[in-house]
Design a protein around this ligand. Structure first.
Ligand code: BES
Ligand code: MN
Ligand code: ZN
Length: 491
């Protein structure tokens, strides 16, 4: 498991720079107004800092990026990273600058000379988010990440502002670890076990086994897992940090630990990527981790459906008709459209038992979503303007791509079945929309709801600013912010 690097906030001590170990980072404004620490570093390095920042390469470098002085004379440090950043950077630039430092540092210890630069908490978040690796299954492990020490003009203030951001970074790492894990390790049983570990943070965790799901009538969810040797489960996580008895926000996640497609088997090429098909459940777990860690004054319930979609002699067949917990019957035309079958029962159960104030589901639901929006944006569907606008604002603040998509009767009509109340696919056109439309049939009237199709954003093949390639943890930050802004009791 990737450990978050230790982060500390201390007063500025420029006399300590000469002997600091590892790497030193310093922020230089675009107009080259050097801080006291930068001036000291320039003196110690016999003017190397000024020569670097006077270069054409520096001139051309964009804000938030870093230039490295390796093995500088006059210092014990192995390198000085010069970051171009204004004194009042946007949160996004501050995070990016922190991330650039983490990339440069690798596993080395870091002394980050923040001094008066605003938003040290966002710089720290960038350092924390980008300092991530997943090498559990390599025999040769990378070195553990060295600590990062932030020298700030107001260290207590910085530390207080950073605490909730570090909590959210831990949540993101928790999500990434789950999503990166292969399916032979992260079975439904192992997934449930890792969620049970959230009890240590004060989260109530309840695991519903197949027998209980059967009793509840979750035939749609159960039919997906019936071809697998791994037992299907629903895990309920409750964080009760808000007003006692107040209706919670419900977060619902698709947790298909591996999606072969079932009898409607997927082609071999790329099937290995379907280890990430539990990404929705992974994000729900990460948000629960974050809100518990920062002791959010909110009631949040996370509910995830954990199943494996395998072909076998017992597997659900194309053409089978199953009854959902709600009672509506579903013709399973394509066993690869399994996520919606899992979600519809979990969503119904959440509404019946938790009476939530609002419900947000997340799922790596459709390939069509990737065709529509690529890896830049998650697809956002909603029946509630205030809720969705608040979410889009949170996502924009965190710079997690999210794009509103349409719903409508004509799309719903595409789900008509000759033998059951609905079929589980709507055909090739608008595949992400008809999947959302399917889910909407399981949302009660007056229940504010958002569906997030995260197929394109949960896992990517190239490094991003804030995450190395692989699982991104998309959505943990946006949802944590939504909870902080809209679902938390203010004191
Ligand atoms: N898990 C997939 C969707 C997916 C594809 C996620 C690629 C991430 C990357 C989902 O269960 C699925 O197979 N959807 C089908 C639906 C179709 C059969 C209507 C799809 O998108 O092809
Ligand atoms: Mn599928
Ligand atoms: Zn799937």
């Amino acid at each position: 498991m990737a450990e978050l690097r230790a982060l500390a906030f201390v007063p500025v001590d420029i006399d300590a720079l000469a002997t600091a170990e590892g790497r030193i980072a310093v922020f230089i404004t675009p107009d080259l107004k050097l801080s006291a620490g930068a001036r000291r570093l320039n003196r110690l390095t016999k003017g190397a800092l000024a020569r670097a920042t006077g270069s054409e390469a520096w001139e051309k470098m964009s804000e938030g990026k870093a230039m490295t002085l390796a093995w500088p004379v006059g210092l014990q440090a192995e390198a000085v990273d010069l970051v171009k950043l204004s004194r009042r950077p946007s949160p996004e630039l501050a995070r990016k600058a922190g991330a650039a430092l983490a990339v440069a540092a690798g596993s080395s210890a870091m002394t980050v000379l923040v001094e008066g630069t605003a938003r040290p908490e966002e710089i720290a978040l960038g350092v924390a988010l980008r300092g991530y690796g997943f090498d559990d299954h390599k025999t040769k492990k990378g070195d553990p990440f060295g600590p990062a020490t932030f020298m700030c003009t107001k260290p207590e203030e910085a530390e207080a502002a950073a605490a909730p951001r570090i909590a959210v970074a831990e949540g993101v790492h928790f999500t990434r670890d789950l999503v990166n894990e292969p399916a032979n390790v992260l079975t439904t049983t192992e997934f449930a076990k890792r969620l049970e570990a959230l009890r240590a943070l004060g989260v109530e965790v309840e695991v519903l086994e197949e027998k209980a799901l059967e009793k509840l009538g979750m035939r749609a969810l159960l039919c997906v897992g019936q071809g697998s040797d791994s037992p299907s489960k629903v895990v309920i996580m409750r964080w009760k940090g808000g007003v006692k008895g107040a209706a919670p926000l419900a977060l619902i996640g698709k947790g298909v630990v591996f999606d072969t497609g079932g009898i409607s088997l997927k082609p071999a090429a790329g099937m290995e990527d379907m280890t990430m098909d539990m990404g929705g459940a992974g994000v729900v777990a990460g948000v629960m981790h974050a809100v518990a860690k920062r002791k959010a004054k909110a009631n949040v319930v996370g509910m995830v459906g954990l199943v494996e979609n395998m072909p076998s002699g017992n597997a659900v067949r194309p053409g089978d008709v199953v009854a959902s917990m709600k009672g509506d019957t579903i013709e399973v035309v394509n066993t690869d459209a399994e996520g919606r079958l899992v979600l519809c029962d979990v969503m119904w159960h959440a509404q019946e038992t938790e009476k939530p104030a609002a419900m947000i589901d997340l799922a790596t639901l459709t390939g069509a979503c990737i065709i529509a929006l690529g890896h830049e944006n998650a697809a956002v569907y909603s029946n509630d303007e205030p809720l969705v606008n608040a979410f889009l604002k949170s996502a924009e603040t965190e710079k997690e791509g999210a794009w509103r998509m349409p719903l409508g009767q004509a799309y719903d009509d595409m789900l008509k079945s000759p033998v059951a109340d609905m079929k589980n696919i709507g055909g090739r056109p608008a595949g992400s929309v008809t999947a959302a439309q399917f889910l909407k049939r399981f949302v009660k009237d007056d229940m504010p709801w958002i569906h997030l199709d995260i197929a394109g954003v949960a896992h990517v093949k190239a490094d991003l600013d804030l995450s190395p390639k692989g699982a991104t943890g998309w959505g943990v930050r946006a949802l944590d912010r939504l909870i902080a802004d809209k679902f938390e009791a203010k004191d």
